[in-house]
Design a protein around this ligand. Sequence first.
Ligand code: AMP
Length: 540
Amino acid sequence: MVEINPVVHGQMMAIPLTLASVMRHAERVCPDSRIVSITADNSRHRYTLREAFQRVRRLANVLHNLGLPSGTRVGTLAWNDHRHLEAYYAISCSGYVCHTINPRLFPAQIEYIANHARDRVLLVDPAFVPLVEKLAPELRTVDHFIALTGDRSVLDGTTLRWLCYEDLLAAASPEFSFPDLDEDAACALAYTSGTTGAPKGVLYSHRSTVLHTYAVTMPTAFALSPRDVVLAVVPMFHVNAWSLPYAVPASGATLVLPGSKMGDAAILATLINEERVTCAAGVPTVWINLLAYLRTKRLGVPSLERVIVGGSACSRALLEAFENEHDVDVLHAWGMTEMSPLGTVNTAPRSADIETRLKQGKPIFGIELKIIDAHGHELPWDGVTSGYLKVRGPWVCRGYFQHTDSPAHYEHGWFDTGDVATIDRDGYLQITDRAKDIIKSGGEWISSIDLENAALMHPLVQESAVIGVPHPKWDERPVLYVVSKDGTRVDEGSLRHCLARHIADWWLPETIVQVDTLPHTATGKLDKRALREQHAAVMK
Ligand code: AMP
């Protein structure tokens, strides 16, 4: 008989994993680390973490004096700057939920998510004051509007009772004792881009965010250290800027925030060179534009050691341009709002083969992956068989905020990413497509990502997008859209020749359309739904 003993518990301290612990650590251990940001009222605001956290305490007093119950959602409509960073910490560490709203969404979507989240306070960059003034009658739960500025004149002529951020901070005490929070308490809320249906909220906990912060700083991920100067081009309204507002202070690095200038290649180049940025994070579009600018101006970025490319697939052309033209390493990362967001990072050395280096990388410790077929059977990790990708881990969501619909996305303890992927025997993930973007032609799958990447191998193609269109014989066929680098037409013959060198001939699109621009979502990704609608309207 096997004797069943009661569980013997470890005797280690159960210190809650809360964002206040990140703040305490950063403040004590690296108080002189710098934060540099661009705001509407200052082209280069600079201060230290010590000063930042003093202001965080002042803001915590302001919020406390509003008499909000714990768990209240406090919304932000703001760019990447020091005030937004202060809001991140003051809101979450006070026991409220920092709800970052993407200001690039359609006004109706902003209204929907602010109402759905039941935001009580809105912290608003001056650029979005006119937008909020218009939306205010529909914002049913917001009682307090705070303009993130020290310049009262931006509020001239407004009709709402705006509070001015710097006035509030100046009048508040710098002493504040943050409450002891349960590590499972919610700290932040982000809504998914919602390409189908209504946007859905992902409610992060302190615990999930702290664990994700540890993971992000590891050498198998972004490898952050006090030697780094990190430029967060990824917006703070897009999945907490991939955790950089937590991970950079936690690791003692310098944080550089480009304000509203994240799409301005000239300003990004200047920031990188003047602040001696070593590591920068953003979506491929940002980097494509920066590289084009550097090429035209014959500029270098000598301090830059690595760029984190995520949100959409990194093409071979992008990776090679960084390596060959600037000696910069590319860390190709994959994740999603529901994963806080990081799932995989590619840290393969330059000596590894290019096919491996272009994959989305290996799961970071804490994240588990599996691929399944349409019947739910697990598929092999052979780098060839592709299937529906499921994930689990302590920073993966297990349900959407106040959403009682079918739990199809997260049943049986695994979250259905909606992506289709292969995984090889070494654990490298390769995203083949979004399940809804993959093209089913003659019973076989064509990866729109692979086809787009093949088009980007042509020296004159700046951006590409592939959609599937109905076909009487083959079910669906791909249509390729391209934007040229210099505004002139790309010779179709040479483009077809280039494609033929990289993809199977039955993948070759019958139709290639040349356009000046392609539609993008509010987070800077290709908007394939809009492109499909555009294509259908033209074909009518
Ligand atoms: P979001 O939640 O808006 O960040 O979108 C997440 C989705 O973006 C993922 O499910 C993927 O479809 C896509 N995505 C993110 N990173 C990558 C990447 N490196 N390569 C390809 N697709 C990506």
